[in-house]
Design a protein around this ligand. Sequence first.
Ligand SMILES: [Mg+2]
Length: 206
Amino acid sequence: MSQQTSPKLGCDIDGVLYPYIATLCRYAETISGKSLCPHPPFYDLVKSWGITMDEQQQAHLKLFSSAPHHHAGAPLVGAPETLWALAEAGVEITYVSRRATYTDSIGGDFKNAVGMTGEWLHEWMPPGEMVFVDDKREFRGHADLMLEDNPAEAAALREAGRTVWLLKQTYNLEAPGPHYEWGGLELASFLLGERTETDRLVGAGR
Ligand SMILES: [Mg+2]
């Protein structure tokens, strides 16, 4: 990897940084009246939880209806420390997400979702451009690596020529890897090569 330009990471938000399913689970339980597992076996929550599409969408809209609801979700353990260490070592991060476009597509407020996302990222994560798309393949920016949790999106991105790692989740264990867990040193090694000082910084966040 070239040392002349900054390494670039394209980072998904939900299921990679934000605890989307654990947070959504609380609203989906209230709406459906069912007790739901926060560690679903499939990416498809309708299938995993035995709820209706309408119940899933209502839960999503509830989550994105107000900043306090949304901000109750603290980041996945190890994610902020790792991203801050990478950023301080010179990695440029672009946050690539479907969350605002999806919210808009089911009757929610695109701008609100963008605003909440910006506030939440500002609270926890290093600065970086936010890109909201319908399909991750619409992202045209350079990324040496993209980090994703959705196995179908990972496969589509790879088919489009991207290098993609999966953030390890119960619903993507069967999908082709690599699978990454926050705190692991592989991300820094891949993006930064021999910059061992960063390995030390990232390792300190484990
Ligand atoms: Mg995701």
